[in-house]
Write a protein that binds this ligand. Structure first.
Ligand code: RNT
Ligand code: ZN
Length: 420
């Protein structure tokens, strides 16, 4: 560390120490947790499959038309580099299959393979980043019926089984190349708009498809598989094949990771409270850090109650090594690089806030039945000099603390984004 901590930080450290919290240990713990940055925030999930690619179908939607969307792989990488300069801590990058280096002609979904990701490996290696991966089971004519792996049309089902098998191979290869396991997350849009009679049958077909896909095994040090459920989507309001119960049971039975997307539950349902239940049955989990406003709207993540509660539960369960974090939001109505930075910093801040909790003291109160003191201390924590600790974390990572990074985004907007 070649920088001198501010007096406010020293003051904060003492205030936390008085409650039994080791601030240095919290900072060290925070620095160990990688955050996977989702490539799709940079281009509104369009990808590079064809020159005119755009997000379509799949019940997910991007709104807004702020200028400056990344139009090709070079622009996307430049934007990620800009964002990364403003985000402290360890990072990874999360790719969708449609973000390969496909060249000007593009590549059809069924022909995507590892060679299209060689330049991502080079790029990631030069930056000491791990890469995560996702099969892309939407924005494609073969997904137009609203069903992919659970389709009763064998040709459709076969197409997606093959795609996902390839994607898991690519992910395992990325993990091997970068000597860091790649998390392959599987989310499919399958479902239907209105009353569905064959609910059991589609789930049965999905199960059979998963059996085929996951019959191919890859070393866990190269690939970790996650499965992601959803409550509903646009066009799949009445029925979602891959529901929470479906994947929860599947992950528990097959030992895969379960992905919880924070926007994929009823608005009043606490994702935080699921952690301590699931971790008793599931070894590892992936969190899609997102923010739903009234619905699964994928708003930019902020430092709010839900995110803090989630981090608190993970820290209290001592589960940091078992839970992985990947951003998942897309907002095309504001500067996209800025959106990345806001969401990434909010996630890290929430984790820091949780790491600075005097949990031992709170447990003492709780065990003694002193619920008044527990509540009172939880309230007092909210006005501790947390910001000074966050600023120190940023400064040590050579990243602008507090609001100083906003100017860097503005500058990039003027010099780069506004010229697109
Ligand atoms: C969709 C899921 C899924 C996607 C990404 C792009 O509702 O959240 O994770 O957002 O794969
Ligand atoms: Zn998600």
């Amino acid at each position: 560390m070649n920088h001198k901590p501010a007096g406010t930080f020293n003051f904060a450290r003492e205030r936390y120490a008085a409650l039994g919290v080791d601030v240095e240990a919290a900072l060290a713990a925070l620095a160990r947790v990688p955050l996977s940055l989702h490539c799709w925030q940079g281009d509104d999930l369009a990808g590079f499959e064809t020159p005119q690619a755009a997000l379509s179908g799949g019940g997910i939607m991007v709104t807004g038309n702020h200028p400056g969307r990344a139009r090709n792989i070079d622009e996307l990488r430049a934007d990620l580099d800009c964002a990364r300069l403003l985000i402290p801590g360890r990072q990874r990058v999360n790719l969708h299959a449609t973000y390969g280096d496909f060249g000007p002609q593009g590549v059809a979904r069924e022909n995507i393979n590892r060679e299209h990701f060689q330049s991502w490996v080079d790029w990631a290696r030069a930056r000491d980043l791990g890469l995560d991966f996702n099969a892309t089971c939407f924005s494609h004519p073969m997904a137009a019926s609203g069903f992919t792996l659970s389709s009763s049309d064998e040709r459709v089902r076969r197409f997606w089984i093959d795609h996902i098998r390839h994607c898991r191979e690519i992910a395992a290869w990325l993990g091997a190349q970068l000597a860091s396991p790649s998390i392959h997350n599987l989310w499919i849009p399958d479902g239907s708009k209105d009353l569905t009679v064959s609910r059991y049958r589609h789930r049965e077909i999905l199960l059979a498809s998963l059996d085929e896909i996951f019959a191919a095994t890859h070393p866990r040090e190269h690939l970790k598989d996650a499965v992601e459920s959803k409550l509903f989507g646009i066009g799949s309001e009445a029925y979602v094949v891959g529901s929470h119960e479906f994947y929860l049971a599947w992950a528990a039975k097959h030992g895969s990771l379960l992905c919880l997307d924070m926007g994929h539950y009823h608005p009043t349902e606490s994702v935080a409270d699921k952690i301590s239940a699931l971790l008793l049955f599931i070894d590892e989990m992936l969190i899609h850090v997102s923010r739903g406003v009234r619905w699964d709207s994928d708003h930019v993540v902020i430092f709010n109650d839900e995110l803090r509660a989630l981090m608190e539960e993970i820290v209290r369960a001592e589960a940091l090594g078992r839970v992985y974090f990947a951003l998942d939001f897309f907002d095309a109505s504001i500067n996209r690089v800025g959106a990345w930075v806001i969401g990434a910093r909010a996630t890290q801040k929430a984790l820091l806030y949780a790491l600075l909790e005097p949990t031992a003291r709170l447990r003492e109160y709780e065990d003694a039945g002193d619920n008044f003191a527990r509540l009172a201390l939880l309230e007092e924590l909210k006005s501790l000099p947390f910001g000074a600790v966050w600023d120190e974390y940023c400064a040590r990572a050579n990243v602008p603390p507090n609001d100083r990074w906003i100017a860097a985004v503005r500058d990039y907007e003027t010099k780069v984004l506004s010229k697109r």
